[in-house]
Design a protein around this ligand. Structure first.
Ligand code: NAD
Length: 302
């Protein structure tokens, strides 16, 4: 008995890296999997059929999978990925929006093409792949589906040299919060992953910082993300919705969501003098809140 027996899943960008491990694990847990990958370089250029290799691996292990080579960044691509699930397996229950690229540059050097390419794959990609699924859920009344989106500390915390990527990844967290409300009546849970794993996307950054990483080590490699995503895709996760789950270096944690942590009210428009007095109090409240959250977030050994 697998945890995803009878389910159909799409995992975008699952030809390698984190997505590949998710596709392998979901198939091992009984899901029929659409392995989508355009087979691009890290910067989004080129194309190849690497999805075939993952499909072969799943089939050799006795699982069911089909390859799809469409582009998540176009509406037509998103529809074709969705249709592959319906044509091959007759239904869809799980969508993992994992495909991604990088075009790291400071804003000083970031051309419009770098901005657009990253926005298209990450932020628009989430829209293009999720919309046909959401429409299908509503039209067929399919209850209990799961959507798992991919954000990043780059957008949630901020990271130097990634204004395009960070903006898209932060946008994905906002997208998830909104669609989790829109799909709630169909009991479709929408959660967001903030991953950290040694893949071709991050190994060059680690090496540039002089850090040697071994993707085969369980606390560093992409395999560590797969069990968390697989669990979130299962029926056991029915009470977990609209959360950001951080999975990195062998830890799993839950992130804070934006919330007002201290506020003041007055009976008239704010004067500039009043704001000069209140702003330091607000900033101090935020610093205290951050320090408490940092302390509470330290990994507990199980
Ligand atoms: N590795 C990390 O530490 C890390 C950290 C934060 C967020 N992420 C996010 O996790 C996800 C997976 O990253 P990874 O590290 O496995 O990267 P990766 O480069 O190893 O894999 C990404 C895959 O997406 C595919 N892809 C890219 N553009 C596509 C498109 N338009 N259509 C279809 N497929 C496309 C690529 O061909 C590639 O196989 C990404 O969304 C990434 O931004 C990763």
């Amino acid at each position: 008995m697998g945890m995803l027996d009878g389910k159909v899943a799409i995992v975008t960008g699952s030809g390698r890296g984190i997505g590949k491990e998710i596709a392998l694990m979901m198939a091992a847990e009984g899901a029929k999997v659409v392995v989508n990958d355009l087979g691009v370089n890290t910067d989004g250029t080129g194309e190849s059929k690497i999805a075939d290799e993952v499909v072969d691996e799943i089939k050799q292990a006795g699982g069911e999978a089909v390859a799809n080579y469409d582009n998540v960044a176009t509406v037509e691509g998103g529809r074709a990925i969705f249709q592959t699930a319906i044509d091959s397996f007759g239904a869809l229950d799980i969508l993992v929006n994992n495909a991604g690229i990088l075009r790291d540059k400071t804003l000083f050097k970031m051309e419009e093409s770098d901005w657009d390419a990253v926005m298209a794959v990450h932020l628009k990609g989430h829209y293009c792949c999720t919309r046909p699924f959401a429409q299908y859920i509503r039209e067929t009344g399919r209850f209990g589906c799961r959507i798992i989106n991919f954000s990043s500390v780059s957008g949630l915390f901020g990271n130097f040299g990634q204004a395009n990527y960070g903006a898209a990844k932060s946008g994905i967290a906002g997208f998830s919060r909104v669609i989790s409300k829109e799909l709630a009546k169909y009991r479709c849970n929408v959660n967001t992953i903030s991953p950290g794993a040694a893949t071709r996307m991050t190994i060059p950054l680690s090496e540039a910082r002089g850090q040697k990483v071994d993707p085969a080590e369980f606390k560093r490699g992409p395999k560590q993300i797969a069990p968390v995503v697989t669990w979130l895709a299962s029926e056991d996760a029915k009470e977990v919705n609209a959360q950001i789950i951080h999975v990195s270096r062998g830890t799993v944690g839950i992130m804070q969501q934006p919330a007002v942590i201290r506020s003041f009210s007055a009976d008239a428009l704010w004067t500039l003098d009043q704001l000069g007095d209140l702003m330091p109090k607000l900033v101090e409240a935020k610093q205290q809140n951050e320090a408490a959250a940092k302390d509470a977030g330290k990994p507990e050994k199980i």
